[in-house]
Design a protein around this ligand. Structure first.
Ligand SMILES: *[C@@H]1O[C@H](CO)[C@@H](O)[C@H](O)[C@H]1NC(C)=O
Ligand SMILES: *[C@@H]1O[C@H](CO)[C@@H](O)[C@H](O)[C@H]1NC(C)=O
Ligand SMILES: *[C@@H]1O[C@H](CO)[C@@H](O)[C@H](O)[C@H]1NC(C)=O
Ligand SMILES: CC(=O)N[C@H]1CO[C@H](CO)[C@@H](O)[C@@H]1O
Length: 688
């Protein structure tokens, strides 16, 4: 209790501080020497635009140890480097998790760490995913030695609901000290069962001793269709606070539902096209530090980017309660939402009323203007203040609907807000600081995060397999409210957000856990061109789907197969089983674009067709007319072997499907070149 008391005092003190400004931001450039090279950029799905490659960062409850996890530049092996939380210099010996494909989340403990990664299962494993597709796995290391390893997918994990793998997790790992429970929320693709070949998401819980726990009302084998973003933060008990963005039109606070059913809280209406929703939580390599808990409270803050929403129409695929919207703006602005507890949004939900003109009237915008904002994150200073940060592009060109934009990098912005969501002071920016890893609240109240000091060019697509961006130095930036110092010498309270999650107060050795952490993810869609010939594409669709759709409820999902622009691999996703059983159907719409390219590091995912696939039945008369024209036109002529499937599923769990989790640069083939280019907009910064 003493710890909590101390924390409260700290929070109160921090809460009284004046607004942050440029002088509160301190950088420690190249302070951390890594033993292995790291590639700091990752090409975004579909566009190939550069994203920071996430480096999970976490500080232990006692504030004495900090760790950073990073993917080796070879794209295989995840390294965990301990660092001194005061100087940020490397300490200890690097731990390497061989075969790891993604540094997906990190929790620091007083005696070690837990790492979420994904890796191929050992050869010969019965019912392992095809083609060595990686499976999410949680590792616990104590004093530098592996103490346990627990698979979060693959054989034996929610087998009756379908087996899953994760070519791209794009999720997060959090830990609740009070529940003594890890929670991981990540993107999956199933390779058996009804959802075979589709992309969705999964929430898994693991006890402190490494046992996979199936917790009713908390664990989830399948959730949001496609999953275009995840935000996840610990709570005192399961279920933890969760948010997903899906490819049907919304962002949901789904702590209660773990999916996208209308029993959840609709945070936002988002324009979606072919599975994308504007990279609200950062897109590829994002989905961390988007949701943070205010210390010593039940309150949370969520930050994302959005193009706004107008013209609310019914989402015919999904049925009553689900909507589609048009985007209000070309570039994206930063928005925040506050929750009084893990289930409850402060203020109105996003509207689901068909015919509404303003579909975003509930949004609390942090920015306005014509710059494009991306890479939004939030972290808390204590109980009453938070930091919201994002990057801007001036005069953005947003070539692809519902994706990111390109243009001139115009700085990373920092805005203080209070726990009611009101801005405190003005935003300020820095040109040479980025957020590329978890934002952690340190023991002295500062918020610190890792990044690589480099020139940040957002003007064009990149090839992330090039070694140009590799390096062995990591930088750390910190931002404290007035009254906190940059050279921490005290160990009072450790508020860890993001990857770890807990606010711990410790003095010497005692500690009092409490808060939490955050996170999110994204996923994959494909783009469409209105210019594509409708006649041609329709032809392609029927060709694709004829043998594949079975619908009993009228909720149909159509899916185009992926064709690859590939050099190294082609991806063909074959949707299988079709059992539309539920009236509550879900859908997965996705056309896969001409473009499913998996980087060499990722495996081709070609699920087997399970036996017992129901006989094909007729496509209901109205099925095709129900397909949004955007989807129809999205399916390129000559779409190869993809298969469209109809499916219904209970409880609003959706089918996500897309060609692949990756798209490298240059994947826009001619069919897409006709997408009208966005009008570059001039003027104003994103901040208001
Ligand atoms: C998203 O907005 C675009 C225009 O930018 C529109 O063509 C498309 O139909 C919208 N998506 C949905 C699902 O309504
Ligand atoms: C809607 O967003 C797309 C990019 O997703 C952009 O090209 C288009 O210009 C936007 N529409 C409006 C009305 O700003
Ligand atoms: C950070 O990187 C930039 C771009 O490479 C470089 O010009 C600058 O000198 C670096 N800063 C420091 C402190 O090394
Ligand atoms: C057909 C096609 O668009 N091929 C492209 C695939 O991507 C590479 C670069 O990643 C381009 O060079 C090809 O032209």
């Amino acid at each position: 209790m003493r710890g909590t008391f101390i924390l409260s005092l700290l929070s109160a003190a921090l809460g009284a501080s004046a607004a942050i400004s440029q002088s509160n931001l301190k950088t420690h450039v190249d302070v951390l020497a890594l033993d292995y090279a790291f590639n700091a950029v990752k090409a975004a799905y579909w566009t190939g635009y550069p994203h920071h490659r996430r480096t999970p960062f976490a500080v232990s409850p006692d504030g004495k140890s900090a760790y950073i996890a990073y993917l080796d530049s070879s794209a295989t092996d995840v390294h965990v480097q301990q660092l001194d939380p005061t100087t940020f210099a490397a300490t200890g010996t690097t731990v390497t998790v061989s075969g790891g494909k993604e540094a997906g989340g990190l929790v620091a403990h007083n005696d070690g760490f837990a790492l979420l990664t994904n890796e191929a299962m050992p050869s010969g494993t019965t019912n392992a995913p095809p083609s060595d597709t990686p499976v999410p796995v949680l590792y616990r290391y104590t004093s530098g030695k592996q103490t346990w390893k627990t698979w979060l997918g693959g054989p034996g994990v929610h087998e009756s609901e379908g087996l899953s793998a994760s070519p791209d997790m794009n999720g997060d790992l959090v830990y609740s000290e009070s529940a003594e429970l890890y929670g991981a929320y990540f993107v999956v693709t199933d390779y058996s069962g009804d959802a075979s070949g589709h992309f969705g998401d999964s929430v898994e819980y693991v006890s402190a001793s490494g046992k996979l726990e199936t917790i009713p009302g908390a664990s989830s084998a399948w959730g949001c269709s496609h999953n275009t973003g995840i935000a996840f933060e610990a709570a005192d008990d399961a279920p933890f606070a969760g948010i997903c963005a899906e490819d049907q039109g919304a962002i949901w606070l789904n702590t209660k539902t773990q999916g996208m059913s209308t029993d959840g809280v609709k945070i936002s209406n988002e324009n979606t096209t072919n599975g994308a929703s504007g990279e609200p939580m950062g897109g590829m390599s994002g989905s961390y530090s988007a949701l943070a808990r205010f210390a010593d409270t039940t309150k949370y803050i969520f930050a994302w980017v959005s193009r706004g929403a107008i013209d609310v129409t019914e989402n015919a695929w999904m049925g009553t309660g689900y909507t589609n919207v048009q985007n209000r703006t070309n570039g994206r602005n930063v928005a925040i939402s506050l929750f009084s507890d893990k289930y409850t949004k402060v203020g109105a939900q996003a509207t689901s009323e068909v015919g509404t003109e303003d579909g975003d009237s509930q949004v609390n915008w942090v920015t306005s203007g014509s710059n494009d904002c991306s890479n939004a994150h939030a972290a808390t200073f204590g109980s009453s203040n938070a930091l919201v940060t994002w990057e801007e592009i001036s005069n953005p060109t947003c070539d692809f609907i519902a994706m990111g934009c390109r243009g001139t990098f115009a700085g990373t912005y920092f805005q203080q807000v209070d726990s009611t969501g009101s801005k405190v002071g003005e935003a300020f920016s820095a040109d040479d600081v980025y957020v590329a890893g978890d934002m952690v609240t340190m023991s002295d109240g500062r918020i610190c995060w890792p990044y690589v000091n480099m020139t940040w060019d957002l003007s064009q697509s990149i090839d992330d397999s090039s070694s140009a961006a590799t390096g062995k130095k990591m930088s750390i930036a910190c931002l404290g409210l007035d009254g906190t110092t940059d050279s921490s010498t005290t160990t009072a309270a450790s508020l860890t957000s993001s990857a770890s999650a807990k606010v711990v107060v410790s003095e010497s050795a005692s500690e009092v856990p409490k808060t939490v952490s955050s996170e999110t993810t994204v996923k994959a869609p494909s783009q469409t061109t209105e210019a594509a010939s409708r006649a041609t594409t329709v032809g392609a669709i029927s060709q694709i789907t004829e043998p594949a759709v079975e619908a009993t409820s009228g909720n149909i999902a159509a899916i185009g197969g992926g064709s690859a622009n590939t050099s190294s691999s082609s991806v063909i996703e074959i949707a299988t089983a079709v059992t539309s059983s539920a009236a509550s159907g879900i859908v997965d719409v996705t056309a896969s674009g001409p473009d499913s390219e998996l980087p060499a590091a990722t495996t081709i995912y070609t699920p087997d067709t399970p036996s017992g696939v129901p006989a094909v039945s007729e496509v209901p008369t109205d099925a095709w007319s129900a397909i949004p024209s955007s989807v129809v036109s999205a399916i390129p002529s000559g779409t190869p072997t993809g298969i469209a499937r109809g499916h219904g599923r209970k409880h609003g769990q959706g089918w996500g499907h897309h060609g692949t989790g990756h798209h490298s640069s240059g994947h826009h083939s001619s069919e897409y070149d006709e997408v009208p280019e966005s009008e570059p907009q001039v003027g104003g910064a994103c901040k208001s």
